[in-house]
Design a protein around this ligand. Structure first.
Ligand code: SF4
Length: 340
């Protein structure tokens, strides 16, 4: 049986809003507001939501690039929030990140050899020859060539630069890779190549992924399970195939309705949500989605719905489904998502 490599409980990040001459705290931006999930060894968890939903902030807190306001992050049996700066630096060997914009994350003045050799140096590989050999080996692993070591980031295409970003993440032989929108800046044809590469590497190096994206279409094939975030909270978590076949939360249904389907036998209307996502500085009371939800009921603006497991491994935070699970999910009024 697979065991969780990462377990997150009640994770919060509230940024203070400072105002006035003396910088008094006048409120908080609740970027992440009580998120819990786990990732099993060797699996991929997709985290999806619109820009500003807190998914990237969550990713950064897992590596403690941002300090959580509250909550716990257990990785490989260690509580990360309790580690000293030095212990955390050592642990980062096992958790690496791939960023959306590979160009911005690669120092333009350094050669690829230096960029890829740096993580090895930081983690104690002092021998220059050993570093060089490892860099060349990993360039080939990601589909580039050993002779690319002397080139600079601007000499590569977007897709190649993302391959370099992936190689850099692999240099320390990590267990977990957090990929934050790794293909969003790439052309669609290149996206598929990078996703395929990531899947191959996962198998080869027994990697566990957290794959953050704003588009449910992108994470579909790479994710074993998917968590959908809205305004700092996880609103639905499920095995990938269940989520796409039977999305329960009205927000997930809306996101999914915008994903093109190649199968002509499968028809669906795009659900266009009204308005924008509210500000995380003043989230609406009750269900934070109630200002845009086509199924809003009286209770929705008063009571915060909890994430409840409705079917094995499929949890949703919505008052349309009560805790006893006695609503017929498939025929409930919560299903806007029609199959033809
Ligand atoms: Fe919509 Fe209410 Fe469910 Fe929120 S709790 S998603 S407002 S039906």
């Amino acid at each position: 049986m697979k065991k969780p490599l990462l377990k997150v409980e009640g994770l919060k990040k509230h940024f203070p809003i400072k105002s006035g001459l003396f910088g008094k705290t006048s409120g908080h931006v609740k970027a992440v507001d009580g998120v819990s999930f786990y990732v099993n060894e060797g699996e991929t968890l997709g985290i999806v939501g619109e820009s500003g939903c807190g998914k990237s902030t969550t990713g950064r807190m897992l590596m403690r690039l941002l300090e959580p306001t509250e909550g716990t992050v257990e990785f490989d049996g260690k509580e990360l929030t309790a580690l000293s700066a030095d212990e955390m630096r050592k642990t980062r060997r096992d958790i690496q990140m791939v960023f959306q914009d590979p160009y911005a994350s690669l120092n333009p003045r350094h050669t690829i050899g230096k960029i890829l050799g740096e993580p090895l140096l930081v983690h104690g590989v002092k021998d220059a020859k050993e570093r060089k050999e490892k860099v060349q080996e990993f360039l080939e692993v990601v589909g580039l060539s050993a002779y690319h070591t002397n080139r600079y980031p601007h000499q590569f295409s977007g897709g190649q630069r993302q391959r370099i970003g992936i190689a850099r993440a692999l240099m320390t032989n990590p267990k977990l890779i957090i990929a934050d929108e790794p293909v969003s800046a790439l052309d669609v044809s290149i996206q598929a190549q990078v996703l395929n590469l990531m899947q191959d590497l996962q198998e080869e190096f027994k990697l566990t992924y957290i794959f953050i994206a704003h588009d449910l279409g992108v994470v579909r094939h790479i994710s074993d399970r998917v968590g959908v975030m809205y305004l700092g909270k996880m609103v639905e978590v499920s095995k990938s195939e269940d989520l796409y076949a039977n999305p329960l939360h009205p927000y997930t249904q809306a996101l999914l309705s915008a994903v093109p389907v190649p199968d002509p036998a499968f028809t669906k209307e795009e659900i266009v949500l009204e308005g924008d996502m509210p500000s995380p500085a003043s989230p609406p009371p009750g269900c934070t989605f109630h200002t845009r939800c086509p199924f809003k009921m009286d209770i929705c603006s008063q009571v915060v719905p909890q994430l409840v497991e409705m079917e094995e491994g499929h949890s949703v935070a919505c008052h349309l489904y009560n805790e006893t699970g006695d609503i017929d999910i498939k025929n409930s009024r919560g299903s806007l998502y029609a199959k033809g």
